[in-house]
Design a binder for this molecule. Structure first.
Ligand SMILES: C[S@@+](CC[C@H](N)C(=O)[O-])C[C@H]1O[C@@H](n2cnc3c(N)ncnc32)[C@H](O)[C@@H]1O
Length: 303
């Protein structure tokens, strides 16, 4: 699928979410509190960032958390309905709505306000919830675009879904991770013709060890493709760290969040206990995050 096709499907997935996204994920009824918000805020405070760009800002869901902090805020997003909502929120809070514009992280030009003739460099760029929608071959391009938008020593913070969490979930994601990333079934089958059948059978049998019916697919609300029906990748933090290094970042940190005290398939048995114990585990630097946290934020400074 080309970038334009991916963008079109992602745009239609988010088109119905403009007005409800903030309440659904940051509001009181959110399935899990937005714990990444404080991690990101701390990262920005530590970096003493003043000019901040949110690439893929949605309905200014994170940016509105920074209103009143004295930071100089900007954002862009691929989805017009998200941009409209973010502009409304900016205006409502006495900020210029032009500080939010439409653009894609694939396009380096999108990283500067369209009304500025000269390139503006930011102290920090954050990018949350966008990397799942980037094809593997474009990770490096997007990292380069993020890097090009900050000043020297500037901070880039990228949020991603943790691929290694699949080793804890014991479901369809785990099976996929075993076959594609660890075993590499295709390559193994090519090693010896006489064992192709046995390898295939072993890989099929492996499915019996996982809950292949979980997790349920997230569908769209009004016929549009749902989150799991558009490209929504996970990232291996060990691999992304290498990509940060190659892209020209230093002081790289990985900060885990959204811990699970047990594999998620057990949550419905003890929902309140599950949530409180998971929240109690939240520690961005705990090594268990590599497996028990479903997401992470990777930060780096421009070299
Ligand atoms: C999960 S939401 C996150 C919104 C916000 N960043 C937050 O953390 O609350 C993902 C957002 O990324 C946007 N997005 C997806 N692909 C994008 C791209 N190629 N360029 C810019 N924004 C993109 C979507 O339109 C959507 O608003």
């Amino acid at each position: 699928m080309g970038y334009q096709q991916i963008e079109a499907s992602v745009r239609s997935c988010y088109a119905t979410w403009g007005e409800t996204y903030y309440e659904n994920y940051y509001g009181g009824q959110a399935p899990y509190p937005p714990v990444h918000r404080d991690i990101l805020k701390n990262v920005l405070y530590e970096a003493q960032a003043i000019t901040v760009l949110d690439a893929g800002c949605g309905p200014a869901s994170f940016l509105r958390e920074l209103f009143g902090t004295g930071m100089d805020l900007y954002g862009f997003d691929l989805t017009p309905e998200m941009v409209a909502e973010a502009q409304r929120v900016f205006k409502q809070n006495g900020l210029q709505p032009e500080r939010v514009w439409q653009g894609s992280v694939f396009d380096q030009k999108a990283f500067r306000p369209p009304w500025r003739r000269r390139k503006k460099l930011f102290d920090a760029v954050v990018c949350c919830g966008v990397f799942p929608h980037i094809p593997k071959e474009a990770d490096a391009l997007v990292l380069a675009n993020l890097r090009s938008a900050v000043k020297k020593d500037g901070l880039v913070a990228v949020e991603a879904r943790n691929q290694l969490f699949a080793l804890f979930t014991l479901n369809r994601y785990s099976h996929d991770f075993f076959l594609r990333e660890l075993v590499k079934q295709d390559e193994l089958e090519q090693q010896a013709e006489e064992y192709v059948h046995a390898v295939r059978e072993a890989c099929n049998d492996l499915a019996r060890h996982f809950r292949m019916d979980l997790p349920p697919l997230r569908k769209g609300m009004q016929g549009e493709p749902g989150y799991d029906e558009v490209l929504s990748r996970t990232h291996n933090p060990l691999v992304l760290r290498e990509q940060f290094l190659s892209a020209g970042f230093r002081d790289i940190r990985v900060l885990f969040y959204h811990y699970h005290c047990l594999p998620p398939m057990f949550e419905s048995r003890i929902p309140e206990f599950f949530r409180s114990q998971s929240l109690a585990m939240e520690d961005p630097s705990d090594w268990r995050g590599y497996f028990m946290a479903s997401a992470f934020i990777m930060t780096g400074r421009k070299t």
